[in-house]
Ligand binder design. Structure first.
Ligand SMILES: NC(=O)c1ccc[n+]([C@@H]2O[C@H](COP(=O)([O-])OP(=O)(O)OC[C@H]3O[C@@H](n4cnc5c(N)ncnc54)[C@H](OP(=O)(O)O)[C@@H]3O)[C@@H](O)[C@H]2O)c1
Length: 258
């Protein structure tokens, strides 16, 4: 029997590259996005693959509920939470509806789809959940000259990293694998769709990003970073995170008492 993968945001870029890869690897597919014409185009161009298209807006409660039901009932071997928008703007300028759309798609939808899928995967003793975050998750300490104008976007990616790490520990030993991939800059429609020209910036291909993400899972990397040559850099972050976490006490630190 074929394996089954569900990919959100499969109408372009990284999600489409995941869908292409899984189709090539013999998976049946459930592909999700708002642009039905592109989903249908994908299905038509892969006649040898069983493709179910689901047109849904993951910024809405109805769209999230529809996909969560599918994640709870279909025997998914692979769930890729990839859909996303950027809306790079200083928080004070970010319209409330765009802030909500961003958080709904990147945080709420990903959370509800994971929540729906993970129990049945644990019961089956198999399954993989892969979230698409980004290196911007680690950019919090950067000052304005380096990384301005995207507080909400950065926050959503950091959420995915922390949640995936914690969930990975929750499902340990159950046969379920959970990972998050952190792309740098990838050549997709992500920036052009908001009027940003990134063509002069060196960018990874979506295909390479997918290769890195899937190899990262094989290597047992809960957090993968296909553009980072030295993985020790990430290990150092995680070691420092745990040192800070473990460095707390119930007493007021002396610098706050002087
Ligand atoms: N490109 C980069 O440099 C980069 C870097 C780091 C992280 N990422 C992450 O990679 C992921 C994929 O981005 P990409 O680079 O491949 O960009 P993209 O080409 O713009 O693709 C974004 C995908 O998300 C879907 N999507 C957006 N809003 C949606 C909604 N409300 N409901 C359902 N689907 C929605 C889009 O489909 P429809 O428009 O058809 O709905 C599209 O398929 C994003 O989550 C992004 O945060 C990208």
């Amino acid at each position: 029997m074929s394996k089954l993968a569900l990919v959100t945001g499969a109408t372009s870029g990284i999600g489409k590259a995941f869908a292409e890869r899984f189709a090539g690897d013999g998976y049946d597919l459930i592909i999700v996005g708002r642009r039905q014409d592109r989903l249908q185009e994908f299905a038509d161009s892969h006649p040898g693959t069983t493709v179910r298209t689901v047109t849904a807006d993951l910024s809405t409660a109805d769209g999230i509920d529809l996909l969560a039901r599918i994640c709870a009932t279909e025997p998914l071997d692979m769930l890729v939470n990839n859909a996303g928008v950027s809306h790079y703007m200083p928080l004070a300028d970010l319209p409330a509806d765009k802030a909500q759309e961003l958080v709904n798609v990147k945080v709420l939808a990903a959370t509800q789809l994971m929540r729906a899928a993970v129990g049945p995967m644990q019961q089956r003793g198999t399954g993989t959940i892969l979230n698409v975050a980004g290196m911007i998750a680690f950019s919090g300490p950067a000052d304005k000259s380096v990384m301005p104008r995207r507080a909400v976007y950065a926050g959503t990616l950091a959420y995915l990293v922390a949640m995936t790490q914690t969930l990975a520990a929750e499902v340990e030993g159950s046969g379920v694998t959970v990972g998050v991939v952190c792309p740098g800059v990838v050549a997709t429609e992500f920036h052009s769709s908001q009027g940003l020209d990134m063509s002069a910036v060196p960018r990874m291909s979506a295909d390479d990003l997918v290769t890195g993400a899937l190899r990262g899972l094989e290597l047992g990397e809960t957090v993968s970073a296909p553009g980072v040559e030295d993985y020790q850099l990430l290990q150092d972050v995680f070691t420092a995170d745990l040192a800070a976490f473990g460095g707390q006490a119930p007493t007021l630190a002396t610098r706050y008492t002087e």
